[in-house]
Design a protein around this ligand. Structure first.
Ligand code: ATP
Length: 355
């Protein structure tokens, strides 16, 4: 029996509903395989927990989390806690504390999902987001608070080490895919320091990957290319801010924010990696049982791949595709199915398959 310890942080809003759905899917897979087991430990680190205790992660919390094989994360964000507090005190505390510098976001249209974009069936992208520095390094400050001459600065950090390691990761990803094509997203025309370093290091690293075709696109131009010529992109590497934005666009182009998964990887495996759907806590639909769990299911596929459970990952992905193919969808995709109906359908399908 192969046993994996999973730290589960459902967090806020629909994170709680979709992570429960994902756990049920993983449990169904484990029971079906008979040789795989998940030991889930739930952590109640949410915005409610913050309001009651004054912190998201308690003292010693990160050290405890470090003992797990992987982290399965829902969403953080609440109407009662400023977003920059909830994000930095929970999600970014884990990403930065565990040096999860590579954020991986696959995007493609699943069978039976209606994308409003013509040619969307040709979307098959992996967006690699630098996840440890850049525009979200937290470097800056505010002076003269509340006065008319108040100033706030937000300083991007691009270190040679940080830039090189994400570009190498992106080249390795591109090399592992059939098209072996990598697009560098940049804004080095307007930002002439850190972004120029970002570009220079990319082309230095490219020399070690002669088999990977490269091109370079400004971030504004890449949005039009994603919409108008989706098949000209394959693997894409972008900074923390740029990839944050273009991966939401990618999710929308492939049908819904409710579908898209992401992995925050510590490629050296010194620390556990964290897996989460890309959507947030979605308070407009939280607590109603109607959130789309597909993003959380696909996230579980990425977690299984990282854990080396390739067969289980393939089985779960195939079950997700059979589910979307049926045309039974949640409301974000134009259907009426609830989170639990979709979860039940997926788990029943997993149980029905031959092993
Ligand atoms: P946060 O501030 O935590 O990022 P948010 O509510 O601003 O959250 P998202 O949760 O990312 O933003 O989603 C924006 C909208 O997309 C939601 O309000 C919701 O209507 C829709 N949405 C996102 N995820 C899902 C899902 N899994 N199922 C159905 N609809 C979803």
């Amino acid at each position: 029996m192969r046993r994996h310890s999973i730290a589960v942080i459902p967090g806020d809003g629909i994170g709680i509903e979709v992570i429960e759905a994902g756990k049920q899917a993983l449990q169904a897979l484990a029971e079906k395989s008979g040789e795989l087991d998940f030991a889930f430990t739930d952590f109640p680190w949410s915005s409610r927990h913050y309001r009651e205790h004054g912190h998201y992660i308690p003292d010693g919390g990160l050290a405890e989390l470090a003992t797990f094989d992987a982290i399965y994360f829902g969403a953080v964000g609440s109407q009662d806690v400023p977003d920059h507090v909830s994000l930095w005190d929970l999600r970014l505390a884990i990403c930065q504390g565990f040096d999860q510098y590579a954020n991986v976001r696959p995007a493609r249209v699943l069978p039976g999902v209606n994308s409003r974009l013509q040619g969307a069936d040709r979307i098959d992208w992996v967006i690699i987001r630098e996840n440890s520095e850049g525009e979200y390094s937290g470097n800056g400050g505010r002076v003269h608070r509340g006065l008319p001459d108040e100033i706030g600065t937000e300083v991007s950090i691009f270190s040679r080490k940080g830039v090189e390691r994400i570009h190498r990761f992106a080249f390795d990803m591109a090399r592992s895919r059939s098209r072996k094509k990598l697009t560098l997203v940049t804004k080095s025309n307007a930002q002439r320091h850190g972004m120029v370093l970002w570009d220079e290091v990319f082309f230095e690293v490219a020399r070690d990957y002669p088999d990977v075709e490269t091109d370079r696109e400004l971030v504004d131009a890449v949005t039009t290319r994603m919409v108008l010529k989706p098949d000209t992109l394959d693997t894409v590497v972008a900074t923390n801010l740029h990839a944050d934005i273009i991966s939401d666009l990618a999710a929308a182009l492939t049908g819904s924010l409710g579908i898209a998964p992401t992995a925050n990887l510590n490629p050296q495996r010194t620390f556990p990696s964290m897996f989460e759907p890309i959507h947030g806590s979605a308070f407009d639909i939280a607590g109603q049982g109607i959130a789309n769990p597909v993003g959380a299911f696909w996230t579980a596929v990425m977690m299984l791949e990282h854990l080396g459970e390739t067969t289980a990952a393939e089985r779960l992905m195939a079950a997700i595709e059979r589910l979307t193919q049926t045309g039974v969808h949640s409301q974000d995709l134009g259907g009426t199915a609830t989170t639990s109906e979709l979860t039940q359908a997926l788990c029943d399908d997993i149980r029905r398959q031959a092993t």
